[in-house]
Design a protein around this ligand. Structure first.
Ligand code: TTP
Ligand code: CA
Ligand code: CA
Length: 660
């Protein structure tokens, strides 16, 4: 039977069902206020294609079809799509990659050379792992430019943009779409019948939507494709138009291609952006969600890639969403606890009410290096501390430390010797302008304190971090403070709040915890409560672990934005497959024991950093603080020391696990 809209409208049987929208006036209104429960909500996730590789291509003016990979020591950390057609992946060494594709350009990442003041692209960097440290500054810079362009593209009062990692953002387009809907469909502006907002809207006055070249996920019920669209379809279509325009703008202005997902929430949009790559966007309409999810492994969902996902697999003995859908919520709650259970139950049904969080303030910065071979004296350590300080200071300058916009309160040094880790931290003097020399002096003095304990050499890892960021003091802002308007004025309000005596206020205010599921993730993975991780500029309190890390060797991947990252190569004598070593905390697969150790160092340093930021004395789950150090003298630097005993959590990850 033909089912044209005309036919249905004229048929009493259909007409009765379909004359009005499934959505109410009230729900339409909730779109304007970015309500996370609005059924018309539209969220987009944009992820840059082969990001570091594209950065190098743009910088070098490389032709589009030229295979190019970004090299870090002997490994590859980003591979452009032309190079991928040769079978080159992150698992390849440079040598292997060149065999697969002799015309490959392997561009080494920029490095800080021991003793130099600034990072640079050094021709011979790959052979100097001992004296160079990776700099990701060039990529951060591009990342910032892209983010700024995306923001600028959106109406100034509608910029709900969350930076989720160095190469991805979430956009909540709801407010903007609400405006466009009212413009295009003036009938929506009419008052509801009987002035009752719970009345259903009229159906959209169009029957066919033009999705252009978007990858459209099939509907749950294929036959339903012939049905008239409802307002959620129209809203998501407008969302996909906006995203298409943004992508074109990024391409045109800055030369980058990206992929995107458009859906009703963050989880789905993120899955969407990875669905078709490169340079494509995928739309997941509400009516297509079940179909989209049903054949998927739930470990692909953000937050389920790591330890939690593994727990779910072993608890319910399945990897598929389809199987999990059969399990009653009570049973899931029983096994995983109420919060996690409910979260999982909703998630596999495509339900996710998490907010797109547009705060973009950094919470901490970390600069670190794992030494192979280890370093043996304080002079060598100083050389690295100078580089760390320069690295951190250059990022502080970008954060506006010179203008006193924001400044860190504490500095922390983490040191590893053998199985033992030590950390010292101290306050950064607040009275005077913060400069690089001050950071170096503080770092050296922390180093001296650690060294004075004896038995600290050889040292296998040093990490320097600053944290406890505070907004600048209004009184110091000079005349500029009187010449502000709009958003800036709002910013100032925050600053003056922050300058009240309780120095922790801004951080505290942001630390409004969501349900305890958030805490579960915090402990579970370095990527925190979202899939994302080490977002460098967006330190979201809900994702405490996503702070600023500029690691070295294997560690730059942590800025990538993926839960299930693979490590880069660190040694030429690699025999084990990439997943031979698993991190017990986040399930990352590491290829060598050293890489795993570096990775664990990273967790450890991040944990310490967080504890410092929270001002909590304890660190029970990961370290044992010697009793003589538990009592901290007022004003004395805090000190932490731990040894990874057999009962230590970190030790577990060192066991060798075989996965295929
Ligand atoms: P991804 O977004 O995971 O990957 P990608 O942008 O290279 O490729 P895709 O087109 O599939 O999105 O990571 C972003 C950048 O982070 C990547 O270009 C390099 C860096 N990175 C690492 O350094 N190591 C890693 O293991 C991963 C996964 C990423
Ligand atoms: Ca990417
Ligand atoms: Ca990414």
């Amino acid at each position: 039977m033909p089912s044209s809209p005309v036919f249905r409208d004229s048929s009493p049987a259909y007409g009765a069902i379909r004359r009005r929208s499934r959505f109410t006036y009230k729900q339409l209104g909730s779109l304007a206020s970015y309500s996370t429960t609005s059924p018309l909500r539209v969220i987009a996730h944009i992820d840059l294609d082969a990001f570091y590789a594209q950065c190098e291509m743009v910088r070098l003016g490389t032709p589009e079809d030229q295979p190019l990979a970004v090299q870090q020591w002997q490994g590859l950390i980003a591979i452009n799509y032309p190079a991928r057609t040769f079978g080159i992946g992150r698992h390849c060494t440079v040598t292997e990659a060149r065999k697969l594709c002799p015309q490959l350009i392997a561009q080494h990442v920029a490095t800080w050379k021991e003793g130099e003041e600034k990072w640079a692209y050094h021709e011979d960097a790959a052979s100097h792992i001992g004296t160079h440290k990776v700099s990701l500054d060039p990529y951060r810079l591009q990342s910032r430019k892209i983010l700024a362009l995306i923001k600028d593209f959106l109406p100034s009062n509608r910029q709900k943009v969350e930076k989720a990692s160095i190469d991805e953002v979430f956009l909540d387009l709801s407010g903007q779409i609400h405006g466009i809907l009212l413009e295009r469909f003036p009938e929506l502006g009419n008052p509801p019948p009987y002035d009752d907002p719970s009345e259903n809207l009229p159906l959209p006055s169009i029957t066919a939507l033009d999705w252009q070249a978007d990858a459209l996920v099939d509907l749950d019920d294929i036959e339903a494709e012939a049905d008239d669209p409802d307002w959620d379809d129209v809203a998501i279509l407008i969302g996909s138009e906006i995203v298409r325009d943004i992508r074109a703008e990024v391409r045109q202005q800055l030369g980058y291609t990206c992929s995107a997902g458009i859906a009703s929430n963050k989880m789905l949009s993120k899955l969407g952006s990875g669905h078709k790559k490169p340079n494509q966007q995928t739309v997941i309409r509400n009516r297509a969600v079940q179909h989209f999810l049903s054949d998927m492994k739930f470990t692909k969902i953000r937050n389920l890639g790591g330890k939690l996902g593994e727990q779910v697999v072993s608890t319910f003995d399945t990897e598929t969403i389809k199987d999990l859908l059969e399990i009653p919520v009570e049973q899931i709650k029983l096994k995983l606890g109420d919060d996690t259970g409910i979260w999982l139950y909703n998630t596999i049904r495509g339900i996710d009410a998490s907010e797109v969080n547009s705060r973009t303030q950094i919470k901490s910065m970390l600069s670190a290096k794992s030494f192979r071979p280890s370093i043996n004296n304080v002079e060598q350590a100083y050389k690295w501390l100078r580089i760390f300080a320069a690295d951190i200071f250059s990022r502080l300058v970008e954060e506006g430390v010179l203008e006193n916009k924001r400044r860190p309160k504490t500095i922390n040094l983490y040191h590893r010797h053998g199985g033992q880790t030590r950390s010292r931290s101290t306050a950064i003097p607040q009275g005077k302008k913060l400069d690089e020399a001050t950071l170096i002096d503080l770092a050296k003095s922390l180093m001296n304190q650690i060294a004075s304990e004896g038995r600290v050499w050889p040292c296998a890892n040093l990490s320097l971090s600053v944290g406890g960021f505070e907004d600048g003091v209004v009184g110091n802002m000079g005349i500029g403070a009187f010449l502000v308007k709009g958003d800036e004025a709002k910013g100032l309000k925050t600053q003056s709040d922050a300058s009240t005596p309780s120095s922790d206020r801004p951080e505290k205010r942001r630390r409004v915890e969501g349900p305890s599921i958030q805490n579960f993730f915090k402990r579970d993975s370095p990527y925190g409560a979202t899939e994302d991780n080490d977002s460098i500029e967006d330190a979201d309190e809900h994702q405490t672990l996503r702070s600023l890390a500029s690691h070295d060797a294997e560690d730059s991947r942590k800025e990538a934005g993926e839960t299930d990252f693979v490590t880069t190569k660190s040694s030429e004598t690699r025999q084990l497959s990439i997943t031979d070593y698993m991190c017990s905390r986040c399930n990352a697969g590491l290829e060598t024991a050293e890489a795993l150790q570096s990775h664990l160092d990273w967790h450890f340093a991040k944990d310490l950093q967080q504890e410092e930021e929270r001002g909590r004395p304890g660190f029970a789950s990961h370290t044992s603080v010697p009793s003589d150090q538990k009592q901290k003298k007022p004003g004395a630097p805090s000190s932490k020391k731990s040894s990874r005993g057999s009962n230590s959590k970190l030790e577990q990850g060192q066991s060798r696990l075989k996965f295929g």
